[in-house]
Ligand binder design. Structure first.
Ligand code: ADE
Length: 365
């Protein structure tokens, strides 16, 4: 099967942060096999002053500095990305976004584009000058209208998207024209919480542009004018969006068809889909696990059978696939109940699951 490569574009003031971060394991292989490509773009390359200024003091006063809008707009223009008002259908553009948009914001630039290459010995970035001319935008990755992606027209994901819905949202028939599917994402602590369902949706896109916030934040007009969604990787503040971008790239790229290969399937891990949506072939071997259906994964054991005075569960060592399946499901329910009871509400649970859960809850009483 031939897979189209998925492009990630990361706009950052710390391009060096990404050196080496994708050079290991599955991600390194996906890059080497060109299933994925990652462009890292230095925001400072899109400044025009001697000090390469990317930030300024916040209007209204307050702590810290804010990333200026102009370098970000230029960086996006260099990737062929204009304001949303120019790439989305009018009904998808919020009222206050329909402000006059200066063509100045879309100036072409030919600097600051680095395409990440997996490190096969030494850490390196391969410079490219792959500037996308304005006239080529539709062919070369200008954002496709969001409507087939986001039926609610809210410019982003529904944080409550069910696993099933998220798998269906971008099924092939949802994009019959085969047009480019791209999104511009701002990483910030104020964003919607990123989760596995979102990663599954992102993995169906052709191109994802990630803007790494820094300092106190990014001038909000960049969010309003250019970004399809604002994402947070959790309810804590980290020093900038770089780490968050790396998390989004990692979680998304491993779900791209072909990346995990035969060694594993993203369908059978924590937060995975329900049994009914599993697409991985069974190869005639009885399956010894359930689709997570939004639950946490079960505990894993390997040799030796005995360690630290603890024996691995007998059921896992006797080849009874049905028994293993049962045991694993119960463990998923136990782990989820202990560590993430909030997930149970949105999980896909069978009648047996519910009975088991009740029995587990009764034990505690
Ligand atoms: N920048 C700072 N904190 C962040 C978070 N939690 N997620 C994404 N970007 C951030």
């Amino acid at each position: 099967m031939i897979y189209e490569d998925m492009q990630f574009e990361i706009v950052t003031i710390f391009p060096g942060f990404f050196a080496g971060i994708f050079d290991n394991g599955i991600l390194r292989r996906a890059l080497a096999e060109e299933l994925v490509s990652i462009g890292v773009h230095d925001l400072r390359a899109f400044t025009h002053d001697r000090h390469r200024t990317v930030d300024d003091r916040p209007f209204g006063g307050g702590e810290g500095m804010v990333l200026k809008p102009e370098p970000l707009a230029e960086a996006l223009a260099s990737l062929g990305i204009g304001p949303k008002v120019e790439r989305l259908a009018p009904q998808q553009v919020e009222g206050d976004m329909k402000v006059a948009i200066s063509q100045d914001l879309r100036k072409e630039t030919d600097c600051g584009n680095d395409r990440y290459v997996p490190d096969l010995g030494c850490k390196s970035y391969q410079g490219t000058t792959s500037v996308v001319p304005q006239s080529d935008q539709s062919e070369s990755g200008a954002l496709a209208p969001a409507e087939e992606f986001d039926a609610e027209g809210d410019g982003g994901f529904n944080p409550r998207t069910e696993h099933a819905d998220s798998m269906r949202a971008l099924a092939p028939e949802g994009n019959p024209s085969g047009e480019s599917k791209s999104r511009v994402i701002l990483l910030s602590a104020q964003g919607r919480p990123f989760n596995q369902a979102m990663a599954r949706e992102l993995a169906t896109l052709d191109r994802i542009v990630l803007i790494c916030g820094r300092y106190e934040g990014v001038d909000e007009r960049i969010n309003q004018l250019y970004c399809d969604m604002e994402l947070s990787i959790g309810d804590y503040v980290i020093s900038g969006g770089e780490l968050a971008a790396a998390v989004v790239v990692d979680a998304t790229m491993r779900l791209i068809p072909g990346v995990l290969g035969n060694e594993a399937s993203g369908e059978f891990e924590s937060f995975g889909v329900a049994d009914a949506e599993i697409t991985t072939a069974e190869d005639g071997v009885p399956r010894s696990q359930h689709g997570a259906g939004g639950l946490l994964d079960y505990p894993h054991y390997t040799r030796p059978a005995e360690f630290g005075g603890l024996r691995a569960p007998e059921v896992l060592m006797n080849g009874d696939h049905a028994g293993i399946r049962c045991w694993r499901r119960e463990q998923q329910l136990r782990k989820t109940l202990t560590n993430r009871p909030d997930l149970l509400q949105g999980a896909t649970l069978s009648k047996e699951d519910r009975k088991l859960l009740e029995a587990i809850r009764d034990e505690a009483v």
